[in-house]
Design a protein around this ligand. Structure first.
Ligand SMILES: [Zn+2]
Length: 562
């Protein structure tokens, strides 16, 4: 085979994981006009090299399709990167040091904002205002937890929000209290809004800058496509979901300037008190904001909270610390009867449902809603997916395939760590604790699997996440605690597929990206080693050295050609 016109780019001498239907391997590929024009052995692809072709000698490195993240919050992650960032810290002392430094170096911000603290660094998972008061006594401080479900406020912030011993807990949240009833600084779920409503508005410029920061960071990890798991409507017009919120405006702004290099689907946040009349407004909003590489075609349905603060929705009650059943089965955030009316309408209008479901009842209610849509509409191509899927009742594993629901897994959480061992397992009891993150069972039952990070909740590095999917041991705890439910480990090929074709499928992009095949977009991640050679070190130690979108380098490390 000879090429009629030379390629723009040729990668040669590597291990190319094409992730096509048989997961074939090649050593070289050629790109022209942003598309892949050849994949195969070096000699065959070499025919595409001309005088103007950029040729990269991979020297045995791996090339994969650009990674996808099926559930991520990039704008929030970018904002946190620009604010008081605690994700990489561990323990109260190190948090307080970072907060004190941030406050000292940012004397003119009215509110110290940021987040990333972990519940397991505090007794009972609850932080105290008094610790914050020691380092920032004069200005309000509000920091969200790593999972975004809790807030940590200092005394000044609680005063400004007028939260006192007499303040009643909101219906969808909890104010943590000291023994005499005084608010202690921890705010769970809906109670966070009591302080959040006071925070200064983030400007459009800050949001666009955050998106740009996040995009550059995600590209540096090999990520070329994602689903933004929450884009909100304008809070000033909550009753009118047609008005796009700040996140969509940031995407549209970057796309309009040609600066959106990632391929993105946004999941529009569904307010729990919305009804059928709001569905139609979303149609207009979808067409208004879908430009360039950005589309709002998904709807985010928050079914429950999280297990650690007992807001995950369970079929059977949580246990107390002595192992006895409590009255609490968690909060159903969207009424199932309402959902079974709304979902068929969304599905009929071509919207994808993106569920957040942690507890086994939330998972079941999500599947039931899809079943209702199937009953009304028959099969559709909307590709509903359920994120997090922490606890799945064994009876529901097989329903994913039958209903065509994609399991959207965050594999990085499937490990023994303090939060799992001390705040989750004891309150589920021994049987339900083994129903967590059942990725092997889902695959064995024929379910489609996509993966993502939920960044900034946890690292967006797909290679670190793949290591955990394969080993069920945290990458920061190698050689430490034993694997978590090792029978649920999956192979590296399956994990890689979930981060490439799986996510492309969820985003309706599998005809364009997700595998390295002739005719597809040249969306590629070049890794620094032979990923499948275990003698080359841990999976999560692998680094991305270059990332291409439509054949253009969006990230390149000097190591690529060094
Ligand atoms: Zn999320």
């Amino acid at each position: 085979m000879t090429a009629d016109r030379p390629a723009d780019l040729v990668l040669t001498g590597g291990h190319i994981a094409t992730m096509d239907a048989v997961r074939s391997w090649a050593s070289a590929l050629a790109v022209r006009g942003g598309r892949i024009v050849a994949v195969g052995p070096d000699a065959a692809v070499g025919a595409h090299i001309g005088p103007t072709t950029r040729v990269i000698d991979l020297r045995g490195r791996t090339v994969t399709p650009g990674f996808g993240d099926a559930h991520v919050h990039p704008i929030y992650g970018g904002l946190v990167m620009q604010r008081c960032e605690l994700h990489d810290a561990r323990g109260l002392d190190s948090y307080l040091e970072i907060i004190a430094t941030y406050a000292r170096t940012h004397p003119d911000v009215d509110w110290v904002q940021g987040g990333g603290w972990s519940m397991d660094d505090f007794p009972g998972g609850v932080p105290s205002r008094l610790d914050l008061d020691r380092v920032v006594p004069d200005r309000p401080v509000f920091l969200s937890s790593r999972d975004g479900h809790s807030g940590w406020a200092n005394t000044r912030a609680l005063e400004l929000a007028a939260i006192t011993a007499r303040t009643v807990d909101p219906s969808d949240g909890r104010i943590d209290r000291e023994p005499d009833g005084t608010p202690g600084g921890g705010l769970q779920e809906g109670a966070m809004a009591l302080v959040e409503q006071l925070l200064p508005d983030t400007t459009a410029e800050e949001l666009e800058e955050a998106l740009g920061t996040a995009q550059a960071y995600l590209h540096s990890l090999g990520i070329t496509t994602w689903q933004d798991a929450i884009v909100t409507s304008d809070p000033a017009v909550r009753s009118a979901p047609i008005v796009p919120g700040k996140e969509e405006r940031a995407y549209v702004a970057l796309a309009g300037r040609g600066e959106l290099t990632a391929k993105v689907v946004g999941a529009m946040w569904w307010e729990r008190d919305w009804g059928l009349e709001h569905v139609d407004a979303l149609v207009e909003r979808r067409s208004a904001v879908s430009i360039g590489r950005y589309r709002s075609t998904s709807v985010k349905l928050m079914m429950d909270g999280v297990l650690e603060n007992f807001t995950g929705t369970m079929l059977e009650p949580y246990l107390d610390a002595s192992g006895q059943p409590t009255p609490n089965r968690g909060i159903s955030m969207i009424e199932p009867a309402v959902l079974e009316v709304i979902l068929p309408r969304l599905d009929a209008l071509g919207f994808q449902a993106h569920f957040h479901a942690i507890g086994d009842r939330a998972v079941r209610e999500s599947l039931d809603a899809v079943a209702a849509a199937r009953r009304v509409n028959g099969p559709s191509d909307t590709r509903p997916h359920i994120s997090h899927i922490q606890v799945i009742h064994p009876d529901d594993i097989g329903r994913f395939r039958g209903l065509g629901v994609v399991a959207n897994a965050q594999p990085y959480w499937a490990v023994h760590e303090d939060q799992m061992d001390h705040l989750t397992i004891p309150f589920l009891g021994p049987e339900r604790a083994t129903w967590q993150y059942p990725f092997r069972s889902l695959l064995d039952a024929g379910a489609m699997l996509a993966m993502g990070s939920d960044w900034s909740v946890s690292t967006p590095d797909p290679l670190a996440e793949m290591e955990v999917a394969v080993n069920r041991i945290a990458d920061y705890d190698r050689g430490g605690r034993p694997p978590f439910l090792p029978e649920q480990r999956i192979g590296l090929m399956d994990a890689l597929a979930a981060f490439t074709m799986g996510t492309a499928y969820v985003n309706h992009q599998e005809h364009d990206t997700g595998s390295i095949e002739v005719g597809k977009a040249a969306d590629l991640a070049v890794l620094d080693r032979d990923l499948f050679d275990r003698a080359a070190g841990a999976i999560g130690e692998t680094r991305c050295v270059a990332t291409f979108v439509d054949g253009a380098a969006v990230y390149e490390d000097a190591a690529l050609e060094g």
